[in-house]
Structure formats: structure tokens, C-alpha cells
Design a protein around this ligand. Sequence first.
Ligand code: KMH
Ligand code: ZN
Length: 273
Amino acid sequence: MDKLIITCAITGAETTKAHNKAVPYTVKEMVDEAKSAFKAGASIIHLHARYDDGTPTQDKSRYKKIITAILKECPDLIIQVSTGGAVGMSVEERSDVLNLKPEMATLDCGTLNFGGDEIFINTENNIIYFAEKMDDLKIKYEMECFEKGHIDMTKRLIKKGIIKPPYHYSFVLGVNGGMIGEERDFLFLKDSIPSNASYSVAGIGKYEFSLAELAIKHGGHVRVGLEDNIYLEKGILAKSNAELVEKVVKIAKKYNREIANTSETRKILKMEE
Ligand code: KMH
Ligand code: ZN
């Protein structure tokens, strides 16, 4: 089994300080959260940019400020920018950040309801646009799948040669409108991806740690962070992203799964090929 890659989704676009005051907005807060998550064991930071008042943005100059400041403190960290942004943003807006040529980015692989009247739109043509742009710019992407139909979409695009290897998936389970994250859901998705693909799980809310444990047991990788879940345990707010990462490290110890550092992560994900 490969060592465990831990991704930390430090802020997101929907979670706010009203939910948990540890959610970072400012550049300094982002740096502090990324740095402590890295020290705790995360090798990848999944990053959304926000302005100081918390408003999410895909503006590449804001991303640049945040990424430069994080890499100044932790030069080895892998920064995975979001191309999902926030619900309602246009594809042009969402893809602006790719012009910075980040090391890694997300590729959202299908449309889904996102609670209330919100719809997170990712049409087939949108997915093709993002995949081709990232391919041109040599940006490693992680395919975010919120349900099984999204995996089927990736397989169609793989057949057409639009999505190219190495394949790395992220199952984001528990969104209000997407697939939930019970064991059978996880097993179904894990068994549905190409046999030469790697995967990580991101459990939303109550699914964060149960899915992390399943992925650790089965040889997958894990994403945690305040974007996905604000609680350390039921009723207890996490004080930081690092606390969530530390909890995953403890679960990994129970299963004798070692934690991948940043260079091991690049090797496992074949980022240097
Ligand atoms: N904020 C969600 C609407 C991604 O980062 O690529 C989309 C999202 C996915 O968070
Ligand atoms: Zn995200």
C-alpha cells in the first residue's frame, strides 16, 4: 500500500466564520492554517481564494498573493487550486486562476444540486474545457466526483482521449444534493474507477472521519479540512485545520499506514513524469 496522502481543504467558498471562526479569509490566516496543516501531516493544500471579508473569488491576483505567501513559509507544499470556485460563478471566472499555472487543480466532473436552490454546474463541455486547458498548461488535476455518474463521465472522456493519465480521483461525498458517504457508497465508487487510478475521499460533515478511515484501510487517500467539516467530533468545533489533519494521522497510525511527505506525494501521484 502506498503511504497516505493527506490533503487539507483549509477554507472553501461556502463555510464561513459564522460556522466556525477558525475558517481563514485573510492572506495571513490562510498562511497560518496551511502551515500548521502541513506540519500536522498534510502534503497538499486544496485552496479557494477569498477576500478579507470572506467573499470567495477566483481572481488570479488574489490567488497569487495567497499562494506566494504560503510557499514562502512552506516551499515544498503542493497547492491544489479550486476550479469549482463558488456556486454561480461562470466558467471564465472559475478558470482565471489556471493562468497562474498552479502545480495542481481540481476538475469537477459533473453537475449537482448544492442545497436549497443552488446548482453547481459542470456540463460535459465545461469539463472538456477545463481538462484541455489544464492539459495545455501541464497542470495536474484531481477529478472531483460527487456521485457515480461523474465517474462514468470521466470514463467517457478517457475513452475519447480528453482526460489523460495518470488518473487521480477525489470522491466528495455528503453534499446536500450529491451522493452520501456510507461504506457501500464508498466501495461502489472505489470499484468503479479505472484499475490504474488513485483516489482520495473527502467526506462532507459527519462523513469526514468515517470515510477517512475507510480510505486508509483500503489504500486510498484522504482530504479533510474546514471546507468540508467544521467539527472535530460531534458538537465540538475544530479549533483549526491542523486538528482535523492530526485526527487523520492518529487513525492512520491505528492501521500502520505511514504518511506521505510532499516529495512522496508527487511520486505517488506521478506528478513528476
Ligand atoms: N465550492 C463548490 C461549489 C472545487 O473546489 O473544485 C465547489 C468546490 C469544488 O468546492
Ligand atoms: Zn473546493
